[in-house]
Structure formats: C-alpha cells, structure tokens
Design a protein around this ligand. Structure first.
Ligand SMILES: NC(=O)c1ccc[n+]([C@@H]2O[C@H](COP(=O)([O-])OP(=O)(O)OC[C@H]3O[C@@H](n4cnc5c(N)ncnc54)[C@H](OP(=O)(O)O)[C@@H]3O)[C@@H](O)[C@H]2O)c1
Length: 371
C-alpha cells in the first residue's frame, strides 16, 4: 500500500487504484472530487456500502484497456479503478425523483463514494447519463432500485453482489447453447470449473439434460467441484487426455489458458463443435494460438447477448425468465459458497492481492467494504 493512506474506519473518502501496466502496484488515494463538493442539477452522490470481489474483477483489470473497463471510473494517467458489483446508498441528490437514503445495486468503483448524473429513470432503475459513459455498454451504467426488484432479497444481498452478474452471464450462455441445440454435442466441457461463473452455468446446463456436464479444474479444487453437486463429472486439468475424444463436444472456457485451449482443440479436433471463450482466470497463461483444429474459438460477450435478448423478448420478459432461473440457484448456493465479509483498507488490499495470485479458496465469496 502506498500514497495517501487513511486509518481503517475513518470517515475519509478514497479510491483504490491499480497501475494499469503492473497490477501488483496499487494504492489508496483521495478522490479528485470530494463527496462534499456541491452537486450540479440532476447529480446524485452515492456512498458505497459494500461490493463483491472475484476473479471476474481481476479479468476486468487485465482487459481494462482492450475492453474499455478503465473508462467507467476516471483515474490519473497510468492508473485504473477496477469496477465491481455492489450496493450503495444515496447520500445527497439534486435529482427530483431520487431521494436520499435510496438503496441501489450496480457497477461501482472500489471506492467509498461515486457521483452520478441521473437520467432515464424508471421505477426499476436509474442510469448514469454522464457524457463519459456515452460510448460504453448501457448495462454497466444502470443502477437497480432494489426495493422494486423482484429478484432482490434483503437478507441475500451478499449472494446477489457475488453471483447475480455472473449468473446472468451463465444464463445467457445456457440460452445461447440451447438455441443452437448445443451444436449437436453430448459432452459439455467447462474449464475453471470451480469459478462462480462456471458453477452457475453447470447448474443451468445440468437442468436441460442435453449432455454430460463435465468440469475441468485444478487438482486442489477437484473435490470442491464434486461437492457442489452441479457437475456430472469433474476432472483435474491433467486428466483431460482420459476424456473420450470421439464424442461431439462443446468447450466453454473460463480459464483463458492458451495451452489448455490448444490441448482441448487438438484432442477433440472436428468433434469440437463449438469453442466458447468466456473468461481468463488463468490470466498469466493467456497466449491464445490461432488456427486450432475444430471449431474456431468465439468470444462470448455477455452484454451483446443481453442486448439481443432484450430486443427479442422485451426487457420485462427477459427479467421474468432470468428471475425464475435465479431463485432456485440462489437457494442452492449455501451448499458450496461461504460469504466472507472484509472491511478496511488493509483487508481490501489483501483480498485483491490474493485474487491476483489465484490464492482465494473457491468456496469463499468476499464482500468488501471501504467505509
Ligand atoms: N465474457 C463475459 O461476458 C464474462 C462474464 C462474466 C464472467 N466472465 C469471466 O469468467 C471468469 C470467472 O470469473 P469468476 O468471478 O466466476 O471467478 P471466481 O469464482 O473468482 O473463480 C475462481 C477460480 O478461478 C481460477 N483462478 C482464479 N485466479 C487464478 C489464478 N491467478 N491462476 C489460476 N487460476 C485462477 C481457479 O479455478 P480452477 O482451479 O477451477 O481453474 C479459482 O478457483 C473470469 O475470467 C470472468 O471475467 C466473463
């Protein structure tokens, strides 16, 4: 930890920043605009209460430049603020339809505060319509007004922050594969099977009974994946060669490990009917080769699929389907996930460093607070 450091529990405002070119370098600094600065018309000042932190957030930092994640929350030259999902409260408002004390869920920075330019209000959501966000995916600029959300349960806020955005990705992949009749595959292979996104997807795929749902994971996480009960079968990465290469297979890749991807494509060849690139948990092994045997890898970008389904089904039908899928999943997660709250600067920095190095146990779901 360097730069300006505030004592834990103080009422000071600060941002957590990472060096864009060296994610191991991080610091806490005072925000450029103090939360007490006067609000302009339609501006809303939020106090960030808590947020989840998983490998997904590390991936956002790794791809901060290429996928524009650094653009959501401005930082000084060379530094970035990692986006996270969490809850915030309206501290002050100059928008006539946003009241102080209202609770919101959305895409936030790792900070104590955030200021929005509120617009496009509905009963269910508020958008940040500031000019800086104009070119960014609107999914990330929408803040849910939680009391109007049928999928919100006050006692399960932590599970919502940890899993709901990841489960949305899983829901969209499951829907995509169903639309494509799983490309004729009867073997559905998921890497980084212990990740929350893979577990969410395994839960959904298994319910469809389209094919055997097989998880690939590190030897250390094998038993955890088996215990989740979401997979038909789980193998350690080293056991990949034991899998029947004669069966038509779809690969859903959360690991983003270039060597593993090459192995899967080589092993299944033309029987690899679809190769879906979703994540990059093994971000240090990222070198992806071109011209691999079998179906070429295709990147799955959840916001694009979400937009498509919003157009096809309409926003409320989509939400209805999503909520129906989410509820039984939420009821099942107590069997494998342990929520671990952490508060204060030192704790947040430690969780960040552990996630960066892949030291977070898969059963742990961190909920962080800087306040
Ligand atoms: N494309 C999209 O739209 C989209 C949307 C949502 C999520 N994602 C991606 O899905 C991935 C999973 O995210 P998550 O939040 O679900 O992850 P998570 O639950 O935090 O995943 C933890 C697991 O990832 C692996 N891992 C994490 N860090 C590692 C490291 N440094 N080295 C090696 N393995 C590491 C380990 O799994 P194993 O031992 O099983 O490998 C670990 O148990 C992320 O890359 C995320 O960005 C993509």
């Amino acid at each position: 930890m360097n730069a300006e450091v505030y004592p834990a529990g103080s009422a000071a405002a600060f941002d957590f920043q990472v060096a864009r070119k060296n994610l191991h370098d991080c610091r806490f600094v005072a925000p450029a605009l103090p939360p007490s600065a006067p609000l302009q018309a339609d501006e809303v000042q939020l106090r960030i209460d808590k947020f989840a932190f998983t490998a997904n957030n590390i991936s956002h930092a790794v791809h901060g430049e290429s996928l524009s994640y650094w653009q959501f929350f401005p930082a000084p030259e060379g530094w970035g603020r990692i986006p996270v999902w969490g809850f915030a409260e309206v501290l002050a408002s100059r928008h006539p339809q946003v009241r102080e004390g209202e609770r919101l869920f959305g895409y936030l920075p790792m900070s104590t505060h955030l200021r929005l330019l509120a617009g496009k209000l509905s009963e269910r959501s508020i958008q940040d319509v500031s000019a800086a966000r104009a070119s960014l995916s609107p999914v990330y600029s929408s803040f849910s007004r939680v009391l109007r959300d049928p999928g919100y349960f006050p006692a399960r806020e932590n599970e919502q922050a940890l899993l709901r955005p990841l489960f949305m990705t899983a829901f969209l992949i499951d829907d995509f594969l169903d639309e494509q009749a799983a490309f004729g595959a009867d073997q559905l292979l998921l890497s980084s099977a212990s990740s929350k996104t893979a577990l969410s997807l395994a839960f959904l795929l298994r319910r469809r009974r389209r094919g055997e749902v097989i998880g690939l994971t590190s030897a250390a996480n094998l038993e955890f994946c088996q215990r989740s009960g979401y997979y038909d079968r789980v193998l350690a990465y080293e056991q990949l060669p034991t899998l029947a290469a004669s069966r038509p297979t779809v690969f859903i890749d959360m690991a983003g490990d270039g060597e593993l991807l090459r192995q899967v494509h080589t092993q299944f060849g033309s029987r690899l009917r679809h190769s879906c690139r979703v994540g990059g948990t093994h971000w240090k092994q990222g070198q992806i080769q071109q011209d691999l045997p079998g179906a070429p890898p295709e990147f799955f970008f959840a916001p694009s699929r979400l937009r498509k389904r919003q157009q096809d089904w309409g926003a409320s039908a989509l939400e209805e389907r999503y909520t129906q899928a989410w509820r039984p999943f939420l009821l099942s997660v107590g069997g494998w996930m342990r929520v671990v709250p952490q508060r204060g600067l030192a704790a947040v920095e430690k969780v960040y460093r552990d996630a960066l190095e892949g030291r977070t146990p898969p059963e742990v779901g961190y909920i962080l607070s800087l306040a």
